[in-house]
Design a binder for this molecule. Structure first.
Ligand code: ADP
Ligand code: MG
Length: 156
């Protein structure tokens, strides 16, 4: 299953994040693709805020990951926001124990998954963002049953 749309402005990106938040499932992994400024962090921020996170959402550029806890209904779920842009080596990723975070319980949202190609598992969902005029083009592509389940819930 896949879904394509345009996001005319930042408010539309926020609205997509708000629509995606209730579609999240435990164990779901989402890989965000797109150039610098495409809106990967903006979308993640919108998802987190819509999922009930009240504080700041910083871009984990230097730490590679920032963990959050969100509520899916009554269930507390760990959501990890990765930004692998500055990842130096596979060893760095593996030694930090990041590979173990991609499991049946956690939600993982990853910017720059290309930097860890070969060591990251296949995601449930790819989201491709690109600059289109003043706005953004977005494509959501499910790769697994869980990804399809997520997209089937999406109302946007
Ligand atoms: P990335 O994480 O992909 O490098 P950011 O989310 O940090 O990108 O930055 C995206 C920039 O684009 C922000 O300045 C944001 O305000 C802007 N932006 C986000 N969505 C849209 C949109 N749909 N149309 C126009 N500008 C957008
Ligand atoms: Mg970013």
């Amino acid at each position: 299953m896949s879904y394509t749309t345009t996001l005319a402005d930042e408010a539309a990106t926020q609205a997509l994040g708000k629509s995606l938040a209730p579609c999240l499932l435990p164990g779901l992994s989402i890989y965000l693709h797109g150039d610098l400024g495409a809106g990967k962090t903006a979308l993640t921020r919108a998802i987190l805020h819509a999922a009930g996170h009240q504080g700041h959402v910083k871009s984990p550029t230097y730490t590679l990951v920032e963990p959050y806890q969100i509520m899916l209904g009554q269930q507390a779920v760990k959501l990890l926001h990765f930004d692998l842009y500055r990842m130096i080596s596979a060893e760095e990723f593996l030694e930090a124990g990041f590979r173990e975070e991609f499991n049946e319980s956690n939600i993982c949202i990853v910017e720059w998954p290309e930097k860890a190609e070969g060591i990251l598992p296949e995601p449930d969902l790819h989201i491709f963002l690109s600059i289109a005029g003043d706005g953004r083009h977005v494509e959501l592509q499910a790769l697994s049953d869980k990804g399809n389940e997520c997209l089937a819930l999406l109302r946007f």
